[in-house]
Design a protein around this ligand. Structure first.
Ligand SMILES: [Zn+2]
Length: 249
């Protein structure tokens, strides 16, 4: 009986969380993040094709719905298993689903920025390639991983280190995706409540207005669309909410 009550409570909380997300979708009661009338040139910096779909879709859907001009810079083509060309193509397919203009998506294949757990990326090099993109697209705001990088992957973390290096020489503002502990990471939409509590000052909570799109976008990454990633997309809190924090160097 106690187990039934426990499972029932979980079910009710799950439904309530999804209803909260749907409520935001239909009422437009958005976060205050970038909500002014000015359309910004935003650069989302990721390490691998599929980072955008696995971790950043609440942010992407939010920015697109507000009409901001979103660019994506992916610093590697995800060639750790020799599938670089395939993964490059899959990223463009996912971006089409997410309504990101494809001429604003760029994937690098630099010999010193290759995908892999053992491949440490030089911060100065990361700062340099980001600076080139910022200048060529008149970017005024950058979004990337925080210094844990959600999964702890060194390539994700190196992006944060490189962007902090770049921020020493620019007035461009940057925001990082806050990593959560393992329990929150796999709590699905439940995490929206805790994320709301953490949103104040220079920390914003963005709910995913179209969680089904996360599934569709990730499904474009056919080479990565294995059973455990399907479960990940369903149970990951990053499919439902992003907490962004301003990077202050
Ligand atoms: Zn990644």
């Amino acid at each position: 009986m106690a187990w039934l009550m426990f499972l029932g409570s979980i079910f009710v909380l799950w439904v309530a969380s999804l209803l909260k997300i749907i409520h935001v979708t239909y009422t437009g009661s958005k976060s205050g993040f970038l909500k002014s009338d000015d359309h910004r040139n935003v650069l989302l910096v990721i390490a691998h094709p599929d980072d955008e779909s696995m971790f950043f879709t609440p942010t992407i859907n939010y920015l697109i719905s507000l009409g901001h001009n979103l660019h994506i810079l992916c610093l590697s083509n995800g060639n750790a298993d020799g599938l670089g060309d395939t993964r490059n193509r899959e990223l463009y397919q996912a971006c089409a689903v997410l309504k990101i203009p494809l001429n604003q998506v760029k994937v690098l294949d630099h010999p010193d920025l290759q995908d892999g757990f053992g491949n440490v990326w030089n911060r100065d090099l990361v700062a340099k390639v980001i600076k080139e993109d910022v200048v060529s697209h008149a970017i005024d705001l950058i979004i990337t991983f925080d210094n844990y990088g959600v999964s702890g992957h060194c390539n994700h973390r190196d992006l944060n280190h490189g962007i902090r290096r770049f921020l020493n020489d620019t007035s461009v503002e940057a925001w990082e995706l806050v990593s959560t502990n393992m329990l929150r990471k796999y709590s699905g939409p439940f995490d929206i409540w805790l994320s709301h509590l953490s949103a104040r000052g220079e920390t914003h909570c963005l709910l995913n207005e179209k969680p089904f799109k996360t599934y569709l976008a990730m499904a474009q990454h056919s080479s990565q669309w294995l059973w455990f990633r399907k479960l990940f997309v369903f149970f990951s809190s990053y499919s439902y909410v992003n907490v962004l924090k301003k990077i202050n160097n």
